[in-house]
Structures are given as structure tokens and as C-alpha cells.
Design a protein around this ligand. Structure first.
Ligand code: HEM
Length: 486
């Protein structure tokens, strides 16, 4: 693992490439790095120490200021917000002081970001709403938000329940499962494919190529071409035969998306919709199985599942640090200089747990002022949809697997490594096996997704029940196995 560069002396020498330092700060302002030198060396947002106790890292960074310098990934320098106020300030200024487009990322333009860096993968420009500013963002986001608005949440609840039950049918007779790999990682993708009206073989190709993209031994360019090819096929299919599904609604939007734009918006929806949802479900289930305040009370109904989800969204948000922004010009925030062209991550996790908010256990339930879904122009357009999926996911597990217990000491559970996501790698559980009779579940015809004016049309063919997976695997691999019917 690369070590972070040694901070330069406060004056008299040039900063290393990509370093968020501007020498010669103006009167009364400090560069972020000067501020950090008061508190010690630049902090890593990755590695074992960070994964083991991210909140300790946020506390340390907060002592530097509302914005502090960090190493985002090995060799990638940047800044991060550490308070609620700083996060909101940046997120609400994306049409003025701060830009979303990575075209402003100077180190990337200068070829200084390692080719295989996770920061590059998560932060590079793609032709979708997430990375656009101004009218380009308005157009693409408009198409996505209008499409999402068409999803009837009541119908979604039924669809999600059917998908959750099919997954639980597989694990229920076994008496043990990994609730992340076997369940939380599979469910959001299954629901999204149904919402897209995505036929099984195309879904299979999407998942398989995603898995190849994550597998460093595979040819990433070929996998990417395969992935885009599958999304193109879905687009062309729906151009020819529209249905009551999100792909058809995106195509019918007045924005008139091209095939290339369709591919990128579908990929954005899959990426943005699945991994954070997996983390929310996994984090909530873990909370219920490990935290005394929730363990008994949610299981026996004294606390609602919604309350547990609120707690997670505040205290362990699925996207911990993301939404990289760039100052268009050198900018000062609370006396700290933010140089243009340096990525500033928004820490949703640090913002939500900012002690100046003075929140405690009495404040989480029903309180949606958290930043887990971000804020401003790029705020997640699907918080209600995400909420329904997570609520159904947790409720079905509690209903269907009574007597659920953790299969290992809580201290042995592992956090996902990395800067951006907050979740668990696995959640091994045991429970009294539930015998399934042959007719224990009925493949349901999904209810219509749109309430207003659209005739009720089924969005997908029910999938056959998958057979039991053969043990813990990486979550994407397990998805592939599921689609292959292993
Ligand atoms: C628990 C689940 C979810 C969480 C925590 C979450 C969180 C977020 C966050 C923090 C952002 C801002 C990212 C940024 O600015 O860089 C975002 C954006 C986005 N999310 Fe979600 N999300 C979730 C589920 C979903 C779902 C289910 C969908 C759609 C099916 C979705 C679609 C999107 C899209 C399209 C954007 C980009 C919006 C834009 O740039 O204008 N998300 N989400």
C-alpha cells in the first residue's frame, strides 16, 4: 500500500502534485494543509484504521475545520467536509461556486491519478446526470426524476415483497444464511430489473459483465463493452415494444434520450440504486442483531423497522463519503482556502453525526433532515423508493425467519473496505429452519407500476426460484450465480 506523501513545510516549497495546498495563503486564511499540520499529518480515508473506526477519523478531521485535507485513495489527494453546515454549504452551491463535473479535476487531467485507483472508478466523468452541471444536468435528471415519479410505491411494495419472498424461500429451509450475500445484495437488483422490464437473459448479461468489471483478472474494456451492449439491447427492445416499465418511460420522456444516453442513465440507475440499498438493508439488519437498543425491540415489534432505518440513515449512511465537487476558483470557507480543481468529498457520515447538531436517540425516528440522500441539485431522486425497498426487505426477514440470531460474535463482522460505501461484507445468521411446502410461494404477476393513466401491464415474467447458493462469495459473484440458477 502506498504511503501518503509527507506534508510539505508550511512555507517555501511547492506542494506535491494533486495536493490541496495553495502556498502563500491570503491574510487571515489558512490553506487546508496548513490547518491540518496543526493537527498532524494528512489522514487516509481508506485502509484498516479507517474501516475499523471511521467516526474516530471524522472526529480528528473535524478538529482541523469544516473542511479538511485527506488522502481519498492511495496517491489521490483531496478534501472532505466534516460538518453538517459545510456539507450543506457545498451541496447547495453547485450552480455557482462548486462544480460536479470531473472535468475540473486537475490531478486527473494531469494524468496523476493512478489508472487502477478506486477513486478514478468512482469519481471519473460519465455521460449521466450524476456528473453533469447546468442545463445538461437539468435535462438528464429531469428524465430520470419524471420516470421515477411514475413508479407507484404501493405497487412497488407488492413487487418487492414477491422478490424478497423468493429469496427467503431459498434460505429458509437451510437454517443459516449470509444476509448480505444471499439477500441484501440480490434483492435491490432483482427489483430494479423488474422495474426496468428487463428480461432475464439481459439481466444475466448485465450482472455477469458487472462481475467481470469487478474482477481484476478480467479484461475491463471487454466487460464494459458487454455491459453497455446489454443495456443497448434493453433500450432497443423497449423502443420496439414499450411497456409499463422504467426503460419505456425514460425513452418516452420529452428529453428524447439517444441510445448512448439511455445506456448511461440505465447504468447510473443500476449503480446508484443497488449498492446503497444493499448497504441500507445490511446495516439495518446488522443493527437489529447487534445493538441492544434495537435487538429485542424491533424483533418483538416495540420499535418499528422504519425507526431502525432512520437510525441507520443518520448514524451509518450507506454512502459514507461521495458527491465529489470542485471549486471553480480558489475559494475560502470558514477561513480555509479551497484550491480550484481539487476534489472535495461530501462526508454524509460526518455531517449526520456532527456533534453541533446535538442529536440523540430521541431524535432519529421520523427525522428526515439527515444527508444520507444528499441535498441540493444532485440529491437522490429516489429516497422514497429506496425506503420502500429497505422496509420490505427487513420486514420480510423478520416475519419469515423468527428466531434469527447472529452466527458469530459481533466483533467478527467485517466492514466493507474503502472510502465511499458504508456496509458489511457479510452477515452470517442462524435460525430454526422453515420447511417449505411445494406451493409455499406463488410467482406473482407484478402489479402495475404506474397509477395514473397507464393501463396495467405486467412488467416482467416471474423468475423461477433460485436454488441454494454454495457458500459465502463476493456479493457480485453471488448475484451472477443466482442469475445462472446455481
Ligand atoms: C438507500 C438507498 C440509497 C441511498 C443512500 C442513495 C443515496 C444517494 C446519494 C447520496 C446521491 C448523491 C450522489 C452524488 O451527488 O454524488 C444519490 C444520487 C442518485 N441516486 Fe440515490 N440512493 C439510494 C437509492 C437510490 C435508488 C433506489 C435509486 C434509483 C432507482 C437512486 C438513484 C439515484 C440517482 C439517479 C442519483 C443521481 C442524481 C443526480 O445526480 O442528479 N438512488 N443517491
Amino acid at each position: 500500500m502506498t504511503h501518503p506523501p509527507t506534508p510539505p513545510p508550511a512555507t517555501g516549497s511547492a506542494p506535491p502534485p494533486g495536493c490541496p495546498v495553495t502556498p502563500g495563503a491570503e491574510h487571515g486564511t489558512r490553506s487546508a494543509r496548513e490547518a491540518s499540520e496543526d493537527a498532524g499529518s494528512v489522514v487516509r480515508l481508506y485502509g484498516e484504521a479507517f474501516s475499523a473506526d471511521p467516526q474516530a477519523v471524522y472526529r480528528r478531521l473535524r478538529s482541523i475545520g469544516g473542511i479538511a485535507p485527506v488522502e481519498i485513495a492511495p496517491g489521490v489527494q483531496g478534501l472532505i467536509t466534516t460538518t453538517y453546515a459545510a456539507a450543506l454549504h457545498l451541496l447547495r452551491n453547485t450552480s455557482g461556486q462548486f462544480a460536479k463535473s470531473p472535468q475540473h479535476w486537475r490531478a486527473l487531467a494531469a494524468g496523476e491519478v493512478p489508472a487502477d485507483s478506486p477513486a478514478r472508478m468512482m469519481m471519473m466523468e460519465r455521460n449521466n446526470a450524476l456528473w453533469k452541471d447546468g442545463w445538461e444536468h437539468t435535462r438528464l435528471r429531469g428524465a430520470i426524476s419524471d420516470t421515477l415519479l411514475g413508479v407507484d410505491l404501493h405497487a412497488l411494495r407488492g413487487l418487492a415483497t414477491g422478490s424478497a419472498d423468493r429469496l427467503i424461500d431459498v434460505i429458509a429451509p437451510r437454517g443459516s444464511a449470509d444476509l448480505v450475500g444471499d439477500y441484501a445484495a440480490r434483492l435491490p437488483m432483482a427489483i430494479l430489473f423488474d422495474l426496468f422490464g428487463c428480461p432475464g437473459p439481459i439481466g444475466h448479461r448485465i450482472v455477469t459483465s458487472l462481475d467481470k468489471l469487478f474482477d481484476t483478472a478480467q479484461d475491463a474494456a471487454a466487460a464494459n463493452a458487454e455491459l453497455e451492449g446489454a443495456c443497448l439491447e434493453l433500450t432497443q427492445l423497449k423502443r420496439q415494444t414499450p411497456g409499463a416499465d422504467m426503460t419505456s418511460w425514460l425513452l418516452a420522456h420529452p428529453a428524447q434520450l439517444t441510445d448512448a444516453e439511455m445506456i448511461q442513465q440505465i447504468l447510473l440507475l443500476i449503480g446508484a440504486g443497488t449498492v446503497p440499498s444493499t448497504n441500507l438493508i445490511g446495516n439495518a439488519l446488522t443493527l437489529m442483531l447487534t445493538d441492544d437498543r434495537f435487538a429485542g425491540s424491533v424483533l418483538d415489534g416495540a420499535q418499528s423497522v422504519g425507526g431502525a432505518l432512520d437510525y441507520v440513515l443518520w448514524n451509518d449512511p450507506p454512502m459514507a463519503n461521495y458527491s465529489p465537487l470542485y471549486a471553480r476558483q480558489d475559494t475560502i470557507y470558514e477561513g480555509i482556502l479551497i484550491p480550484a480543481g481539487v476534489p472535495i468529498l461530501i462526508s454524509f457520515a460526518a455531517a449526520n453525526t456532527d456533534p453541533s447538531l446535538r442529536l440523540n436517540d430521541a431524535h432519529w425516528a421520523g427525522n428526515e433532515a439527515h444527508l444520507a440522500f444528499s441535498a441540493g441539485a444532485h440529491r437522490c431522486p429516489a429516497p422514497d423508493l429506496a425506503r420502500v425497498i429497505a422496509e420490505v426487505a427487513v420486514e420480510r426477514i423478520l416475519d419469515r425467519l423468527p428466531g434469527l440470531e447472529l452466527a458469530c460474535p459481533a466483533q467478527q463482522l467485517g466492514r466493507r473496505p474503502g472510502t465511499f460505501h458504508s456496509g458489511w461484507t457479510a452477515l452470517p445468521v442462524v435460525f430454526p429452519p422453515v420447511a417449505m411446502s411445494g406451493d409455499s410461494w406463488t410467482p406473482s404477476t407484478p402489479p402495475p407500476l404506474r397509477t395514473a393513466s397507464t393501463p396495467p401491464v405486467a412488467t416482467s415474467t416471474p423468475k423461477p426460484a433460485p436454488s441454494a447458493p454454495k457458500g459465502p462469495r463476493r456479493w457480485l459473484s453471488s448475484l451472477v450465480a443466482w442469475w445462472r440458477g446455481q
